[in-house]
Write a protein that binds this ligand. Sequence first.
Ligand code: ADP
Length: 576
Amino acid sequence: MLKILKYLAPYRRSVILVLALTFMQAMSTLYLPQLMSNIVDVGILHGNVHYIVRVGLVMLAVTMMGGLAAIGGSLFAARASAGYARILRERIFRHVERFGLSEFDVLGTSSLIVRSNNDVMQVQQMVQMMLRMMIIAPLTSIGGVIMAIHTNARLALSMIVVVPLLGLTVYLILGRGIPLFHVIQVKVDGLNRVVRENLAGVKVIRAFHRQDHERERFYHANADLTQISVRVFQMTALMLPLVMLIMNWATVAIFWWGSVRVNHGQLQVGSLMAFIQYFSQIMFSVMMVSMMSFMLPRAQASALRIGEVLNTTITIEDPPDAIELGRPPTTLSFDHVTFCYPGAEEPALDNISFEAHTGQTVAIIGGTGAGKSTLIRLIARFYDAQKGVVRLDGMDIRILTLASLRQTMGLVTQPPALFTGTILDNVRYGDTNASESAVKDALMTAQAWEFVESMPNGMLSYLDQGGVNLSGGQRQRLSIARALVRHPAIYLLDDSFSALDYKTDAALRQALKSWTHEAIVLIVAQRVATIMDADLILVLDDGRVVGRGTHTQLMAECDIYREIVSSQLSPEESAS
Ligand code: ADP
């Protein structure tokens, strides 16, 4: 908690103002009962109107000052805590931006979203409350005790009983509630995950008519969160009435005891009234502190979760003496590369070696889960291999700066990721300086120009929420255009033709040939037709290369390749 409070530093001026203003507020609160007791005991009892008016005016001024200080304090506390939350969210965002994919695998996207919103809000509320209470609660309680003793020491003895009783009540209730706060945040994560999956997979859920199943899942996640929240809040809801009960009983007792003493002439009415006010102030502070200690564990749980994100070590980063990749690389090689996902038992890639040169197309084919996408991810350095080396022009990619490494690549993912904005913006994502005619060329090569042109605003047509208004094949072609406009040295096409019809697939491959003849092209595909004329075909099975060569060689030598081919092509097609 304390560690992440350091981000409050830019708001130190607001913090100091809050502290000063709350100090003024506390002083006025402490001074008022004294003035009131004077009015009653001196002014009213002796019928001194002049005195009453004079002290009354002072009281008004003190109240005004206290009120203004309270308003100012609240304003600056809100400013500081909202600014603090902004900085915290920004830190989280910046750190998460540097995450490698394994960091995402560990923390989970849903949890990261909750952590940067809900958890930050919890901490923000705590900071705001702490800023206000830090000064006012100790001042009014300690000052109140001193003033109460000063007013009447014997009456003040009552607090020896009441304060520990209050403390014990709060302690007992919070002691049981606190451990549950962490559980609440975990349940919020869970609910968030179910909702996200539900929204993302809405088509599948409808198509498979799994609404009931999903409703059940949501129901459980929702009920889980509700149940634990109800338990916590029931427990803590008990606190306020109990505290009030103790306070009110004590007040009645003080009134009774005090009035007896007033009757005997041992205490003045004004002093009794002042004493009751100090007493309420003390109790109020105790209550505030208990409320804070009720919020503190929740904020603490959130702070820990935020800390986990901020302290996550980035596994994939530029080494201290990273080298800029000067000119476009001409060779890409895998040298006995083995890679295992964090927590997985079997390696996703096992002892992979191959080489690709400029002008060559290397195709990777294999069943689902064979490790094809994993291979592409290692080239873009989303993960690092545990054994073996991936090299560009003979240099281990881990000694290169990430920016220069990724600058050389045009990655097309499956499913394609587009962003809200125009088609032009989306293609220019690959190269912000690309001219409109360069974008048009890329769109033409990617076989996308025809449909883009027919849209009402052409390249300036807007893609809602990352392109929900386009078909899967159209989205694929736009993301291919985005890679093309960059003219990278290495194309990584991860199953990028899967949603295209055969005719478009063929036309696209034909157009790509001249566009990419000075680059290394890696194509992951399920369809044999897409990769038949590649210079090198790697057949992957269970993370291992089980065949390599051209189509003709593999047809002669590799059983698995033949199986794939015979399941897709007629004998005449496969011979071509
Ligand atoms: P392909 O692209 O050939 O379908 P992948 O490269 O996506 O296969 O996956 C290879 C293997 O790695 C599969 O067994 C898959 O379950 C596993 N895998 C893929 N992504 C992850 C991940 N993020 N965490 C753990 N295992 C993964």
